[in-house]
Design a protein around this ligand. Structure first.
Ligand code: GLN
Length: 323
């Protein structure tokens, strides 16, 4: 039997952080404060479809900002790289996820992983009508997760009722001609994409679909175009963890995205996807236990892009190694 280090590793990481109660559950979207602060799950799905999980991997939570890279991928497919680049840059901001800032030279939002850029990206999702656009997003996310997904209507209503800051950002971009006139329709899609319900296993499977260059390894379905996956991962690598992105690249060294409901998704190219859920957030809006668990998993398996142990498929070779 080949030696498989993953089950023992994720169980150990889970136990080590299980009792950590640092950080706060997000409350600025009122519905999010109903989350169980102690909830914690870790799931790993390999690029050849093996699934490993520990903790609360069935508990649903809203995907929030982890929707951003996937919608960016759809915009790239629908409009092509150059057209999307005219509307949204690919430069890290070093600012908070909800900062009201545009590139002064071009008036573009800096990148698609912060709210401004994600709202501009939502405006680029193709479709005949607003319901058609959200149906496309839901369908594509479901294909990446390997099961049908739905929207949490309470969270959506809560974001719609209180998302004044996002509305301000959208109007600022409208003022500079970076989004078309239908601000309400664009925000409707943005708030709905953030309110899609997933669990840890879904996140890990979506991550594994990116790791497997666009094909869901558990269903075999082709979900994203290969060239767009490359662009999505590049932007996740530099911008996915907001103003922690530089430190994340330093410590973990793989493309990742977090969301304010406590999800973290990390992609190890050609190897595996990681999905973690733990709702207590640090001051930057990243899951406290999510970050710690990823740092340890990446360290132990040598997953960092520049780790001397990472030859591109170290992990898969570890699995097939004779004992
Ligand atoms: N829906 C949230 C917002 O727009 C998403 C933010 C996040 O997950 N960081 O504020």
């Amino acid at each position: 039997m080949a030696h498989d280090p993953i089950p023992e590793l994720i169980a150990r990481v889970y136990e080590r952080h299980r009792d950590c109660d640092e950080g706060e559950v997000a409350t600025y979207i009122p519905e999010l404060c109903k989350a169980d602060p102690d909830g914690f799950g870790i799931c790993v799905v390999t690029a050849d479809g093996r699934v490993y999980e520990v903790g609360d991997c069935d508990v649903p939570f809203t995907i929030q900002s982890i929707s951003k890279p996937f919608v960016y991928g759809m915009a790239l497919e629908d409009h092509g790289r150059e057209e999307v680049l005219r509307r949204v840059g690919v430069e890290p901001t070093g600012e908070a996820f909800n900062s009201i800032v545009l590139d002064e030279a071009t008036m573009r939002p800096f990148n698609p992983m912060v709210n401004a850029g994600a709202i501009a990206t939502a405006a680029l999702v193709g479709g005949a009508s607003p319901p058609d656009r959200i149906a496309r997003v839901l369908g594509r996310f479901g294909a990446a997760a390997g099961r049908e997904l739905s929207i949490d209507q309470e969270v959506f209503a809560s974001e719609l009722a209180t998302g004044h800051r996002n509305r301000a950002i959208a109007h600022l971009m409208l003022n500079f001609g970076m989004i078309p006139g239908d601000v309400d329709g664009i925000l409707d899609l943005y708030f709905r994409q953030c309110s899609i319900l997933v669990n840890c296993r879904d996140l890990a499977t979506m991550a594994a679909t990116l790791a497997n260059v666009g094909t869901n390894p558990t269903t075999g379905q082709d979900v994203f175009r290969v060239d767009c996956v490359k662009d999505v991962l590049a932007v996740m690598f530099t911008c996915g963890m907001y103003d922690f992105s530089g430190e994340w690249a330093f410590r973990v060294g793989v493309p990742a995205k977090s969301g304010v409901a406590g999800g973290v998704l990390a992609v190890v190219n050609r190897q595996l996807g990681i999905g973690i859920w733990s709702p207590r957030l640090d001051a930057r809006g990243n899951s406290v236990r999510g970050i710690r668990a990823c740092v340890e998993i990446a360290d132990e398996l040598g997953l960092h892009a520049f780790d001397v142990m990472n030859y591109g498929s170290t992990f898969l070779r570890t699995l097939v190694r004779d004992p």
